[in-house]
Design a protein around this ligand. Structure first.
Ligand code: B1M
Length: 208
C-alpha cells in the first residue's frame, strides 16, 4: 500500500513529524495498527540496519530514524492496547546490560499489552537487580531483549539467576536464536513481537 511505503520512507529519512502525520492518518482511515507496524514501520528499521551494514548510513542516521520510529510507535501503542479486559498476567521486560536498543523491546511490550498482559517496562541497560525490581512489582515472567552479539551473553546470567528462584525467563532480539535459548536454558524464545505473545500465552497456559 502506497501509504505504508510513505511511512517507511519517512522513518528512514528521520522525518518525525511526517511519520506522526502519516501514522495518524492511516489510523484515522481505519488501517490496522499491526498492518502499519509490519507493512511500514518495522521494514524501515530493517532497511536502515542493512544500509548501516553496507556503510551507506552511519549512527546519527540510525538514531534519527529510531526517533521517527518512536514517534510512530507512540501513536500505534494506545490503539493496540485497547483491549479493555482484566490483565491475563504480569510480566517485566527490559533490554540487557550494556545494550541501549529499545525499539524492538518497546514493540514486544506494546504487543503484550495489546494481548491483555500487564507489562512493567524496565527500560534499557538492565542488570539483574533491575529485573529483580520487576519481580518485586509482581511480575512472574522476565522478558529479556538483546540486539548486540556482545550483550547477548548476559542473558545467560539472567537465566541462571532466576532459574534458582523459579522465575521464568524468555529471550529474543535480532542476534538471539532458539538454539542459543536452548543452550542457556531459557524458558522460551521468539523471533518477533507476535511470537512473543504466543510464547507467553503458552507459558502461562492462556491457550488451549
Ligand atoms: Co544499533 N546495531 N548500534 N543502534 N542498530 C544494530 C543492532 C546492528 C545489527 C546494525 C548493523 O550492524 N547492521 C549492529 C549490531 C551488530 C552485532 O552486534 N552483531 C548495531 C551496532 C553495532 C550498534 C552500535 C555498537 C554502533 C556504534 O555505536 N558503533 C551502537 C551500540 C549502542 C548500545 O546499545 N550500547 C548502536 C546504536 C544504535 C542507535 C542508538 C543509533 C539505534 C538504537 C536506538 C533505539 O533503539 N532507541 C540503533 C539502531 C536503530 C539499530 C538498528 C538499525 C535497528 C534496530 C531496531 O530498532 N530494529 C539495528 C539493525 C537491525 O536490527 N537490522 C542495529 C527494529 C526492531 C523492530 O527490531 O529490535 O530486532 P528488533 O526487535 C524485533 C525482534 O528482534 C524481536 O521482536 C522485535 C519486533 O518484532 N525481539 C524480541 C526483540 N526483543 C525481543 C524479546 C523477546 C522476543 C522477541 O522476548 C521473548
Amino acid at each position: 500500500m502506497a501509504e505504508l511505503q510513505k511511512i517507511k520512507e519517512a522513518i528512514m529519512g528521520g522525518k518525525r513529524e511526517e511519520v506522526s502525520r502519516l501514522v495518524q492518518a492511516a489510523l484515522t482511515a481505519g488501517d490496522s495498527p499491526v498492518e502499519i507496524l509490519e507493512g511500514g514501520m518495522i521494514p524501515a528499521m530493517r532497511e536502515i540496519g542493512d544500509k548501516f551494514s553496507r556503510n551507506e548510513v552511519y549512527v546519527p542516521q540510525m538514531l534519527i530514524a529510531a526517533r521517527a520510529m518512536q514517534a510512530g510507535l507512540a501513536l500505534v501503542e494506545p490503539v493496540l492496547a485497547q483491549t479493555g479486559h482484566q490483565p491475563l498476567g504480569k510480566l517485566c521486560i527490559g533490554t540487557v546490560k550494556g545494550d541501549l536498543h529499545d525499539i524492538g523491546k518497546n514493540l514486544v511490550a506494546i504487543m503484550l499489552k495489546g494481548a491483555g498482559y500487564e507489562v512493567v517496562d524496565l527500560g534499557v541497560n538492565c542488570d539483574i537487580n533491575k529485573y529483580e525490581e520487576g519481580i518485586k512489582q509482581g511480575a512472574n515472567v522476565v522478558v529479556c531483549s538483546a540486539l548486540l552479539t556482545t550483550t547477548m551473553p548476559y542473558m545467560k546470567d539472567v537465566v541462571e539467576h532466576f532459574k534458582s528462584k523459579g522465575v521464568k525467563v524468555i529471550i529474543g532480539g535480532a542476534p538471539v536464536t532458539q538454539n542459543y535459548a536452548d543452550q542457556i536454558g531459557a524458558d522460551g524464545y521468539s523471533e518477533d513481537a507476535n511470537g512473543a505473545v504466543k510464547l507467553v500465552d503458552r507459558l502461562l497456559g492462556k491457550t488451549a
